[in-house]
Design a binder for this molecule. Structure first.
Ligand SMILES: NC(=O)c1ccc[n+]([C@@H]2O[C@H](COP(=O)([O-])OP(=O)(O)OC[C@H]3O[C@@H](n4cnc5c(N)ncnc54)[C@H](OP(=O)(O)O)[C@@H]3O)[C@@H](O)[C@H]2O)c1
Length: 245
């Protein structure tokens, strides 16, 4: 993987994946909303690895801007071997229940915006007949729970979209990787009390880079979330609806 685009590159998880990819010799095109943060990350990557690193700004709610910034990435890198789509936000579930604008913001950031990037990326890689698309979804998308079902619905929709893309693009030599982290210690979860189920951004970022290199399909990160979610997905609805999760 020589030339990689990362959308939402300033995410703590994506930044760790970028470090691993840059140390592997990849050239990077980083797309992020905060230009200062993006430039700091790019500078750090250049110093640590000597990698070629480009940057561009985006805002997830500018859905029609996705193709423009990806065209920019293609012309800067010449070609793209892999893409990581990482941006997202964790909304206040209670606020989303009472305020449609809050729910809409989350649905756009966590589903519509990644879908807009994926439309361009899928057609690009289908034409190239090779490459990898990796997206950070979440275990929250595996089953709706009262504590975060707006975020979960967006991530669940994203997971299904990726299943469809994987099925479509497998016939064209392109791998599609869904990363499903559990709790990760990042700015997104700064307000949540940390417990033994929390993983570091470094561990999940490195696992993400490894999955991209291998072209894996679905990766729970850390791996112990696979059996946990297997159990959660299989609890009968008549019992599940009575739990406070
Ligand atoms: N942390 C967890 O426990 C956890 C668990 C499961 C899945 N995930 C997923 O992992 C991914 C990375 O999150 P993280 O944990 O690394 O958190 P993070 O460090 O807070 O990163 C969130 C990223 O999303 C970007 N972003 C948010 N709203 C945006 C908008 N409107 N327009 C453009 N960019 C926007 C942020 O940009 P700024 O840097 O400018 O704020 C940042 O790059 C997300 O998709 C998240 O849903 C996280």
């Amino acid at each position: 993987m020589k030339k990689v685009v990362i959308v939402g590159a300033t995410s703590a998880i994506a930044a760790e994946a970028a470090r691993a990819l840059a140390l592997d010799g990849a050239s990077l095109f980083l797309i992020g909303r905060n230009s200062d943060k993006l430039e700091r990350l790019a500078g750090d990557l250049r110093v640590r690895s000597g990698a070629e690193v480009h940057t561009a700004a985006f805002e997830a709610h500018d859905l029609h801007g996705a193709s423009r910034v990806l065209e920019q990435a293609r012309s800067a890198l010449g070609e793209i071997d892999a893409a990581l789509v990482a941006h997202g936000d964790l909304p206040d579930q209670r606020a989303c229940e009472h305020d449609w604008a809050a729910a809409e913001r989350s649905l756009v950031t966590n589903f519509m915006s990644p879908a807009a990037f994926l439309t361009w990326l899928a057609n690009y890689f289908e034409g190239r007949k090779q490459g990898n698309i990796t997206v950070i979804s979440s275990v929250a998308g595996d089953r709706g729970r009262q504590s975060n079902y707006i975020y979960g619905a967006a991530k669940g929709g994203l997971t299904v979209l990726l299943q469809g893309l994987r099925n479509r693009l497998a016939h064209h030599g392109v791998s599609v990787t869904t990363i499903k982290p559990g709790f990760v210690d990042t700015p997104m979860t700064a307000h949540i009390k940390k417990g033994p189920l929390f993983a570091s951004a470094e561990a999940v970022g490195r696992r993400t880079a490894k999955a991209m290199r291998r072209g894996e399909s679905v990766v729970y990160a850390p791996g112990f979330w696979l059996p946990i979610m297997l159990i959660i997905r299989h609890i009968p609805e008549c019992i599940f609806k009575k739990l406070r999760l």
